[in-house]
Design a binder for this molecule. Structure first.
Ligand code: SF4
Length: 363
């Protein structure tokens, strides 16, 4: 089998992803006083409902700072899942995209899991439908099925392992050492990078993240020439020609660590630019530049900011707490099946020190 062994996504699905991204509603503009009033109301609701905010690095600064101020967490999807499973709060309010809410509910079925907008999806999730993926897996029964966290609960239920960008490399390496063949889904660029790093060849699903897929290598080269001192930080969901120019490649956590610990003063960052909120907090005197998404062949469905992460705002966050809706609900049989593969990932991550056994708030 060659590393080009792959399952293409039908054109209709690509068109649907583009349409969903274009249709994602933007949040209303709010003045300072409106924001302050909403923040105060949300803090009150969180307290009275024994609820905690679980926010991703890519959501709006307002939501990240609220999570920090109220004892919740701002994190990548791995830490979000781990935090939700350990907190004593009765309700989790997941500010991110739908699969993150599903993972929270999967791990904490006794908790109420609210989200500001259940339509906040992910191109990787939409691009890997459970029916088609199940057929693909059934055609290759001798393979271990490894799926990225950015998938539906139904797809996770088909998997042997769930991984995130924070532990994918270590888990695939572990499976390779045990002599397993692997089906990888759904991100084609992350799969390609893992193949290069581990030397394993996988059967790869050809999904993509519309944010990272748009970073442009030619334009990045030009930006580097303008800023020769800048270090280039790249998330591995980006195309190979962009990854090839990176000084550091890794998950959001790895990129945050690089900004904080490297001695350099300037960074070009190829991931969702809302991560700058946390980067500036950790390294306030460093200059951050967004890697280019415009230029030759640009489609700019996202322009370095996820349209579905952007569906989380102060107003719909307040509303979901007030209404106790929308809530994540999961079919119990599917939940149990998916849980086994997520739990395998969490156990592996805790044993290898990739996440702490008892996560601290606002990491
Ligand atoms: S940034 Fe990409 S991977 Fe993350 S939720 Fe948005 S589309 Fe999905």
């Amino acid at each position: 089998m060659s590393s080009s062994a792959a399952q293409q996504i039908p054109l209709q699905l690509e068109a649907r992803i583009a349409q969903l991204a274009a249709d994602a509603p933007t949040q209303p503009w709010l003045g300072r006083e409106q924001k302050q009033a909403l923040r105060a109301e949300i803090k009150q609701l969180l307290q009275t409902q024994n609820a905690q905010l679980v926010a991703h690095y890519y959501v709006d600064d307002e939501l990240q700072s609220l999570a920090e101020e109220t004892g919740g967490i701002v994190a990548d999807s791995l830490e979000m899942a781990n935090f939700g499973a350990h907190t004593s709060a009765k309700t989790l309010v997941v500010c991110g995209v739908r699969f993150m809410g599903e993972t929270a509910k999967m791990l904490s079925p006794e908790k109420t899991v609210l989200m500001p907008d259940l339509q906040a999806t992910c191109s990787l999730d939409v691009g890997c439908p459970a029916k088609e993926f199940g057929e693909f897996c059934a055609a290759h029964p001798q393979h271990k099925v490894v799926v990225y966290a950015n998938t539906s609960v139904e797809v996770k239920a088909l998997a042997d392992w769930v991984v995130t960008s924070g532990n994918a490399l270590q888990i695939v390496r572990h499976l390779k050492e045990q002599g397993h063949k692997i089906i990888w889904a759904p991100d084609r660029h992350l799969g390609n990078w893992i193949e290069q790093q581990t030397g394993i060849e996988m059967l790869r699903w050809q999904g993509h993240c519309i944010v990272h897929d748009e970073f442009k290598s030619y334009e990045l080269q030009a930006l580097r020439e303008q800023h020769p001192q800048a270090k280039v930080l790249v998330h591995p969901e980006s195309p190979a020609a962009v990854v090839a120019q990176a000084d550091v490649v890794g998950s959001t956590k790895v990129l945050l660590n690089a900004v904080q610990t490297l001695p350099d003063a300037q960074f070009i960052v190829a991931t969702d630019y809302n991560i700058f909120y946390k980067m500036q907090q950790l390294a306030p005197h460093k200059q951050l530049l967004v890697a280019p998404t415009g230029g030759h062949g640009a489609t700019c469905k996202s322009c370095a900011h996820c349209p579905w992460m952007a569906m989380n705002g102060l107003q719909n966050l307040r509303d979901c707490l007030l209404n106790q809706a929308p809530q994540i609900q999961l079919d119990e049989t599917i939940r149990q099946k998916a849980l086994a593969s997520v739990q395998r990932m969490l156990d592996f991550s805790r044993q290898t020190g990739l996440v702490s056994a008892a996560p601290s708030p606002s990491s």
